[in-house]
Design a protein around this ligand. Sequence first.
Ligand code: NAD
Length: 247
Amino acid sequence: MIEVGDLSATVAIVTGAARGQGAEFARLMCERGAAVLLTDVLEEEGEEVAAALGERAAFVPHDVSDPAAWTAVVAQAEERFGKLTALVNNAGVNRRATLPETDEETWALHLAVNQSGPFYGMREAAPAIERAGGGAIVNICSGSALYGSHNFFAYSASKWALRGMTRAAAVELAPRGIRVNGIFPGLVETPMVEEVGIPTDATTLARIPLGRLATPLDVARAVAFLVSPEADYLTGIELLVDGGMFA
Ligand SMILES: NC(=O)c1ccc[n+]([C@@H]2O[C@H](COP(=O)([O-])OP(=O)(O)OC[C@H]3O[C@@H](n4cnc5c(N)ncnc54)[C@H](O)[C@@H]3O)[C@@H](O)[C@H]2O)c1
């Protein structure tokens, strides 16, 4: 009998897994029995995270905005672990800039990493997941794809696009046995929040009914659920992990 939460039949690629949420997704999935290929542009950190997870984890350097690199990454997952059943599109960038402040470079960076990355990933992983007999894709969207966010114009645009891509892919890939769902974190304690200078003071906490930021583990539990057999009838859903922030 398979226990609830058991992921021993799962082989996943987690992008942006060298730190922050991605590292925690990989850790929790491995703890629950999955094999995980971690990828990131941060090589040293990624190698370190994967090494700590043991035999069922491996790291490959990978820029998600490079379509050719995706072909190699999917092939490596299949070679190393025999199949691919899940993809977690987590890698992302976030630069603070209002609409008038957004230059072409900032715009292009967000679209390349946050939008094109998951597009290339889904396009490349879908045939492999189908070959494995089906599975799941989880796209890490954002609260910024739920409302008109202030100060993060390109980020917001890229995450709204990812939200739309998630729904379109869910409809298209369902007949091929692939579920596609989106997770919408509110504010999560990761280097990203610090780097873009989002205050985590009392004013911010007052906007979160549960009274605290999410930990990476809060979001990882939702990811582990969505790739698990427990979520077999869920596709195209938008799961907010936000402590009630957007309720
Ligand atoms: N932290 C938050 O509050 C929050 C809220 C909502 C959504 N998110 C989303 O969650 C995801 C994870 O972010 P995080 O909070 O862990 O931040 P993070 O900055 O710690 O992690 C992002 C990871 O993506 C990697 N990355 C960046 N560009 C890449 C590229 N071109 N190819 C491969 N990897 C690349 C980074 O090296 C990093 O390891 C992102 O998609 C982010 O937009 C974060």
